[in-house]
Every structure is written in C-alpha cells, then in structure tokens.
Ligand binder design. Structure first.
Ligand code: P53
Length: 483
C-alpha cells in the first residue's frame, strides 16, 4: 500500500490475567479480575450482574471459590508456561510490537510489601529479554484491571489514597528492572472503566465506604487513579529520560441516532462525558468545566488538594492509546440497544454486529483517529481492536477465519486512510493475538487471536496452539504491505 507508513508498528496485545494462568505458584496473589467466575449463558440472568451489585460481600460469599465455580482468569491460556512458544509465534508472524501487562499481583502480591517478589521479576525479565532478542518491541501495561485483590480487601482499593503510593512503588520497580527492555509504558488499562465498574477498575467496593454514593465512589476512585497515573508519568520521565508513556482509554465512539436537535445535544453530552473527559484529563491535565458541572448535579465532591491538581497538570501523557472495537448510537428518542451493556451502545441500522452484539465499524476508526488528532495533536496508538468469534478448529487443525481477515483488513485500511488525512498514528496492537479468556464474559470461546488455543470455557483441552488462516494473512501483510 502506498500510504503505508514505513515506521508504523503493527502488533498484538494480551493481558496477564487473561493469558498467564498459574495463579497459585511463585508468590502470586489474585488480581481483582480473577475473582469473577465463569457463568454459563443460561445462568447469567439469575445473577444480578449490574455494576453496583459487585459488592465485597458478594465477591467473598459467591466468588471466593465456595461454590465449585470455575474462574477462567486463574488459568488463562497457560501463557505462564508457554510464553516462549507464544513469542516464537509472534516473531514468526512478524509482529513489530507486543503489548502485554506486568501483573502487579506477581510483583507486590499484597501491595504493601517493602520488597518485590523476586520470582515475579524473574518471570517478566525472561519474557522481556526474549522479546528483545526476537526484535519485537514491547508496550507494557502496569495494571490491566489487575489491582491485587488483597489491596481491595484490606485497603478498599483505589478509593484509598494509600493505594496511589503502592502503585507508584510498583511502577518504580518496573522502571528500575525493565526500563531498558520496554519501549512504551501504559500505566492503567481503560482507565475510564473505573467510572463504570469501580470494583473491576479499582478494587473499590461501595460497602467499605458507608455514606458514600455510588457516583462519589466511581469518580473518586477514578480521580485517585488519574493522580497515580500522573505520578507514574512524572517518575517515568525522571527515571527513564524518555517520552514514552501513554494513557489507555476504552474509546466509546457513538453517533447521534438521527439529526433531531435533541438527539444531537444528547450525543454532544455523550462525547463530552464518555470520551473527551478522559482524554482531556490525561492530555490537558485538568477537569473540563462540563464535568465540574456534572459533579455538582450528581453531588460528587472530589477529595483533592492543590498539590494533586498540580501533579495532574504537569504530568500529561506523551501519546494517546485507546481500544476501539465498535461504535454505537445515542439519543433521547428511538434508540434500541445492542447486547453490549456499556454507554452509547445503541443500534445502528447501517452496521452489522458480531454474535456478542459489538457493531463492526471500520470507518468509525478513521473518524476516531481524525477526531482525536484534531483535538489533541498527540501521537495516537490503537492498543486494542479485533473481532471476537467462536472459532472452530477444522480437520486440518486450523481455523478458516476469513471473517477476521476481513475485519482486520478494513480496520487496517481505515488507519491508513486516517494517516493519509494527516493524523499522526504510530502503531496498532490487535487484541488477544493468541486466544485468551474474554475480559467481559470470561468465555474462552470468544476468541480474537491469529493463533487458536485448545481450551474450552471450562479449561478442558490440551492448550496446544494452532495457526489460523489470519496468522498467514498477517505475516504476508507484514512482508508485502498488501492488504
Ligand atoms: P472481551 C468493555 C468494552 C470494551 C472493551 O473484551 C473492554 C470492555 C471490558 O471487557 O475491555 C477490553 O474480552 C479489555 C480487554 C478485553 C477486551 O476489551 O470482553 O481491555 O481486557 O478482553 C475485549 O471481548
């Protein structure tokens, strides 16, 4: 392709909780995300899975493995044992970059230890050195919804400002140990999810803070994470002397359902509160006025001080990274919702959706890149994108995933088009490049990878890896630049 940027980084992404497994050895604690079990589709309706129902008592009673439940994120795709084979596969497919997370639970299992867990450091040291040997650049996430559960249990998670210092300590250890091996850092994955699910994003449970409203909980937990992230940006800049630290935001692109002005106003509010707010915080370093007004309406009072506000202002990120899977619609009238349960997930009659109701919209990626570039003028990186599909291994021990090739082609083309329009985009990592456990549903059967992993939803299987058709397509794309 003519407009293929020469130094653009094409790659894939995973997270520790969804890939590693091996949760009980070598001094590892469980991350908060590993406390959620697999729930069969037919049983899901009977369990109150709205976000406010993520109470600590519920996690402890139902989820501390007392009911013979299966916790897929404690097993992952056995990456902890197969990491070398997996990185060999990434090298064979000619990935330029690999995004992974360093599990906080392996390094400081309780958060408040004075010394890091050596076994955890050894593991990531081996993995990162091997990536370097193979010529694969690395983007490391420090918390991919991976606050250690003991921090939630003992300290109340990120609602407690002591956790900010624990996170900075963890980051300092990672910068010291791995500063030379990691090319780009992302402190907190999808930081905006904390305002939607503070339990998952911040290990903070409402019942630990009597008298606190849910809105207060979610925005205070989020605020403390913004401060923690800014402190990590400051520390990274001082320790590493590079400008290589970015944010990671779940980008919720949505369109107005029609041109009725009331719907345009609703869409504008959505853009502000569900998208720009988060990018504004990390790129401009202060609360936008529309959020301050919203806080007044919601009776949210952020506990902060001038020192914290200065930290936010003075330590903005070097690049913007975000996940982009789909787009939705918003409006006050005539919006029907898809099965995606997040904001702005109204149906769009012009788009097709995956089996999970995620509406496929490559042009929305082009729109998003242009929009973010215009607004922030910071380099952009798509840190997650991809298509979840219940792939089936065929007789030839491969998967004919033409649907995925088609999805990737269209999204790659959208990126190139945005670059052609002038947006500064420097890389892309496809989500779940080697099949792993789904973040939202804990299913293994919601697969994203170029490589199939032989485990089912209950972790039955050999764990063996098989290259899908998309694996060969991606490799060829890297060799020839042909879509
Ligand atoms: P799964 C919700 C909406 C958009 C992205 O999701 C999200 C979520 C939370 O699940 O998360 C990111 O596996 C997340 C990954 C996750 C991926 O999207 O539910 O950073 O960990 O696996 C895809 O299909």
């Amino acid at each position: 392709m003519e407009n293929r940027k020469k130094d653009f980084l094409w790659g894939g992404a995973t997270s520790a909780s969804q890939a590693e497994g091996n949760f009980e050895n070598n001094g590892h604690s469980l991350s908060v995300w590993q406390m959620i079990p697999y729930i069969k589709l037919q049983d899901r309706a009977s369990i109150p899975l709205n976000f406010e129902s993520f109470t600590k008592a519920w996690v402890e009673e139902v989820f501390e493995n007392k009911q013979g439940l299966h916790y897929p994120k404690r097993f992952g795709s056995d990456y902890y044992n197969r990491w070398k084979e997996d990185i060999d596969l990434l090298a064979e497919a000619k990935l330029d970059i690999y995004r992974m997370s360093i599990s906080w639970s392996r390094i400081y299992p309780n958060g408040d230890e004075l010394e890091p867990n050596q076994k955890g450091l050894e593991f990531y040291g081996k993995v990162l050195k091997y990536c370097k040997e193979k010529g694969i650049k690395v983007m490391a996430t420090l918390s991919h919804f991976e606050t250690p559960y003991p921090i939630g249990k003992k300290y109340g998670g990120w609602m407690n400002k002591q956790v900010i210092d624990m996170f900075v300590k963890f980051a300092k250890t990672c910068f010291t140990e791995f500063g030379d091996l990691v090319d780009f850092w992302v402190p907190i994955n999808e930081i905006n999810m904390t305002a939607i699910v503070p339990m998952m994003g911040g290990a903070s449970f409402l019942e630990d803070f009597p008298g606190t409203s849910y809105d207060q909980l979610r925005f205070q937990t989020l605020h403390n994470q913004f401060v923690g992230q800014a402190k990590v940006v400051q520390l990274g800049h001082e320790m590493l002397g590079k400008k290589n630290i970015g944010c990671m935001i779940a980008n919720m692109t949505a369109y107005p359902i029609d041109c009725n002005p009331v719907n345009i106003l609703e869409w504008q509010k959505h853009q502000q509160t569900q998208r720009y707010f988060y990018f504004d915080m990390v790129a401009k370093g202060e609360y936008p006025t529309y959020m301050l007004k919203l806080f007044e309406k919601l009776k949210v009072k952020i506990d902060t001080n001038p020192e914290e506000m200065a930290i936010l202002k003075n330590n903005t990120v070097d690049f913007l990274s975000f996940s982009y899977y789909m787009s939705g619609t918003v409006g006050t009238t005539d919006v029907q919702y898809t099965s995606g349960n997040l904001t702005g997930t109204g149906k769009n009659p012009f788009l097709k959706a995956t089996e999970w109701g995620w509406q496929i919209d490559p042009q929305g990626l082009k729109y998003t890149l242009n929009d973010l570039w215009d607004r922030y003028h910071l380099p952009l990186f798509i840190s997650e994108n991809g298509m979840g599909y219940d792939d089936k291994l065929n007789d030839k021990k491969t998967v004919d995933d033409d649907y995925r090739i088609d999805y990737l082609k269209q999204h790659f083309k959208a990126i190139m088009d945005a670059i052609d329009d002038g947006a500064d985009v420097f890389g892309y990592t496809m989500w779940g490049v080697i099949d792993l456990v789904s973040g939202g549903t804990n299913e293994m059967s919601k697969r994203y990878g170029l490589v199939y992993v032989d485990y089912d939803d209950l972790h039955n299987g050999t764990g063996d890896r098989f290259k899908k058709k998309s694996f060969y397509w991606f490799k060829k794309f890297q060799e020839t630049g042909e879509l």
